[in-house]
Every structure is written in C-alpha cells, then in structure tokens.
Design a protein around this ligand. Structure first.
Ligand code: SAJ
Length: 432
C-alpha cells in the first residue's frame, strides 16, 4: 500500500470529505486550494447546492475560495455517496453529540462509516476527525469497515485526527493549527501525516488512534474543568463579598504557571459541555469515575440557576418579585460575537425565568430569533426593551456590539454575568 503515500505526496491522490460543516468544509476547501481533487460529500442538499453555486455558508470560509475551487473542478460537492469511490483518502467530519442521557451519540459516525464501507477498496486511507471517546476508531470504525472482508492495516490504512477548528478565530485557521494524527499502525500514521502535510504547517504524529482521541478530550476537558473552578470561585467570592473579576485579573499578572479562566452564566457550545462526557462515559467502562469531569459538569450546570437567583435578588432590591416582572436578556449566543446558540446557557436562563412567571425579551445582534424547543422568540432592540420599561436587564453574552454605557444609563437594574460593565460603579449593577 506504499503507493498511496507516493500519490499523496505527488498530490495525485483524491480526497473525500464526509460532512461539510464547520470542520469538513474548511478542510475540503484548503485541500482543493492545495490542488488536491476533493470530493465533498454531505447529506444536506442545501449545503451541496450552495457550494455548487460557489457560495460558502461557513463565515471562516470565503465564498471566493469556494467558487475558485468548484469552478476549477478541484472541489466536487455532492450528495451522492457513490462519488466517494473515487477518493483515495476518506476523512469523516460528522457531529458527535450527546444523547439526553449524556451518553455518546455515534449515529452520525456510524452512518458515515457505512457510507465509507460501501466504497472501501484496497489501498485507501480512512480518517475519523469527529471528537469521540478513546477506542471509537478501533472498536467501532474498524470492525464496521472490515465487514466486507478487507483488513485494516493490511488492505487499507486507518487513523484518527482530532479537529481543532475554532470558528471565528482571527489568528488560527486550518493551515496554522497543528494537527495531531494517530494511526492504527505506524504505516497508517505516516500516510495520514502525509495527507495532512498537504495543507497543515505542522502535523503531530502520536502512536495510536486512542492517544489521538484522548488528546482532544484532554484539551476540552481541561477547559471545562478550569471554567468550573472559575465558576465555583465566583460563587465563593460572592458569598465572601470579594470581586472575583478583580482577583482573576490580578492573578493573571503571574507570568508563569497560571492561565486565566472566567466565571460566566454557564457552559455553552457544541464542544466544551459535551466532549468531557464522552471521556467520563468511557472511563466508567473501566470502572473509573472521572470525578473532575462530573464535578465540573455539576458546577457549570448550576450557573444558569445561580444567574436567575441573582436576577431575583436584584429585583428584590427594588421590592419586585420575579413573577410578573419584565426581564430583558442581553446576548443569547453561547459566547461573544458569534451567532451560535447551541447549548447556550441563555436558553436555560430564559426557560427558568419564564417558569418563574417573568416576561422575558432578548436582544442579540447576531441572533435574530431563537427556536429552541419551547422557546420561539424574536430579538428586540435594546431601545425597544428600554421603551417597554423592563424591570431588569441581564447580560448573558458580552457581545462587543452592545453599547454598555447606554445600557447602564437605560435600565433600572442590570445583572452582569460577564463583567462586561467592568469599572462602571452603580447601585443598580449586580454581578454573578
Ligand atoms: N467560557 C467561560 N469561561 C471561560 C471560557 C469559556 O464561561 O473562561 C464559556 C463560554 O462562554 C462558552 C463555553 O465556556 O459558553 C465554551 O467556550 P470556549 O471558549 O471553550 O469556546 P468553544 O466552545 O467555541 O470551544 C472551542 C474549542 N475548540 C475546539 O474544540 C476545536 C476549544 O478547544 C477552544 O479552546 C475554544 O474554542 C477557544 O479557545 O476558542
């Protein structure tokens, strides 16, 4: 199978990307821009037709790049899985959510692997990028691919490489984020490394698929646990009458051995609240309880209720119950300056406030409406909220686009969960 590495190095090998979302599309476009013929497969016909028309739907991927490679016949967007038969390298970039029971949901991966198995032939390389627990590639992907009789490591190469896409990051993008790669065997690691070297400046080989799977989970568990600690510190400081933000800002002056994490209204996004539970779920199979992950999940998960308690305390200072009060949420995206509301704590906070009888409105320049389960709400402007005489505003997402001095001047009470009003002193401002 040595031939594949030669064909990759000569940019003759054809790439196939399964899943053209915020991970797969940037990779597909960069491969095509590196002159690698790339079959871009997705089940979503809207995505494929947008790409075929030379349009991008991922902010970090300019439409000009899409048009350039599609017109040059270097990126072939398709919903036809049979098209992947042409690919020498098949790279799976599909979602790995959690079920409501916090168990891993590998259904997208299984479907993508079945699609791959249908076109699997000798000499191909298959790579899984979807974030998942250590063992997925060896225990789930490998047997599914070998069902037709071909043998991983003998007839085809197999590897795992964690995605490290950070949507909206102005500095780090596909090419300059080091890429970790772990193969079923040394040859698979080498061939997969050669593939990524076509696009990435730095490739970091590790000795197994499990190590590569664990790298990603360490990266994101590290964040979830440290954010949990920052949130617990905030609860402690609130109880002790200490300004947690001042403490963190002073601690970060330590030039070594410290990395700041900040308290907030809870943990949102499709990575940090989810990835660690892939790890703790797998650890249980080894009779190991990942206590830090579970504890961080409890602390981070308790923040939305804590925010609602702070809103109640703020209203109480004005002798107003939550029930019947008008509360205006500022920012519903899961983090600043993006439009993604997946797992956003704002949705939990809205739900809790509505349950306590508050009338809730929201402003978010990036999110015109939310349609999340029981929530169907349209954004209103800050002016409209002010005109509606709301009783309390609560800053959940500290978008740069908000005019904070105006917010302080306009609302009778403000709960600030992000220290967005840093340095502004006022009786009407309540922190976490
Ligand atoms: N958050 C805090 N306090 C913090 C940092 C984050 O409350 O100190 C909250 C955010 O508001 C958000 C959630 O945690 O609700 C997650 O924030 P995040 O900054 O981790 O951003 P994500 O979810 O977009 O994480 C992605 C991850 N990228 C990948 O998995 C490839 C993560 O590994 C990156 O480190 C992160 O982006 C990043 O640094 O932007």
């Amino acid at each position: 199978m040595v031939d594949l590495k030669k064909r990759i190095d000569a940019r003759e090998a054809v790439a196939g990307i399964i899943g053209l979302g915020y991970v797969g599309l940037p990779l597909a476009v960069e491969l095509a821009r590196a002159n690698v013929r790339t079959i871009g497969f997705d089940v979503d016909v809207r995505k494929v037709s947008e790409l075929a028309a030379g349009r991008s739907y991922i902010p970090d991927v300019p439409s000009e790049h899409v048009a350039e490679v599609v017109n040059a016949g270097l990126l072939i967007p398709t919903t036809d899985p049979a098209s992947l038969a042409e690919a020498d390298v098949i790279d799976i970039c599909v979602p790995t959510p959690l079920r409501k029971t916090k168990d891993p949901d590998l259904s997208y991966v299984v479907r993508a692997v079945e699609t791959t198995a249908a076109v699997l032939r000798r000499g191909q390389l298959v790579i899984l990028e979807s974030t998942t627990y250590p063992g997925t590639t060896d225990e789930v992907v490998k047997p599914a691919l070998e069902a037709n009789g071909l043998k991983a490591g003998i007839d085809f190469y197999l590897a795992f490489s964690p995605e490290r896409v950070d949507p909206g990051n102005p500095t780090y993008h596909t090419r300059n984020i080091p890429k970790v790669v772990g193969g079923l065997d040394e040859a698979s690691t080498q061939v997969a490394s050669a593939f990524y070297q076509l696009v990435m400046d730095t490739v970091v080989p590790v000795t197994s698929t499990r190590a590569a799977e664990m790298v990603k989970l360490l990266e994101n568990t590290f964040r979830a646990v440290n954010i949990g600690m920052a949130n617990e510190l905030a609860l402690m400081c609130h109880r002790m009458g200490i300004d947690v933000w001042e403490v963190i800002d002073a601690a970060r002056t330590k030039p070594f051995g410290f990395m700041p994490f900040y308290p907030g209204p809870g943990l949102g996004g499709h990575c940090i609240p989810i990835d660690p539970f892939y790890l703790s779920w797998k650890a249980k199979q080894f009779n190991f309880e990942a206590r830090f992950i579970e504890l961080a999940g409890q602390v981070n998960g308790s923040m939305p209720a804590h925010v609602v308690t702070r809103v109640a305390e703020a209203l109480n200072a004005h002798r107003k119950p939550v029930n019947g009060s008008k509360v205006h949420v500022l920012g519903v995206a899961y983090k600043r300056d993006i439009d993604d509301v997946r797992e956003s704590p704002a949705l939990d906070i809205v739900e809790l406030l509505l349950r306590q009888g508050a009338t809730v409105t929201y402003s978010d320049p990036h999110v015109p409406e939310i349609d999340h389960g029981p929530h169907q709400m349209k954004a209103v402007s800050v002016d409209a909220a002010v005109a509606a005489d709301v009783d309390c505003a609560v800053i959940i997402t500290d978008h740069k686009a908000f005019d904070y001095p105006r917010i302080v001047a306009s609302f009778p009470l403000i709960v600030d969960t992000r220290n967005a009003l840093k340095g502004i002193k006022s009786e009407k401002i309540f922190g976490l």
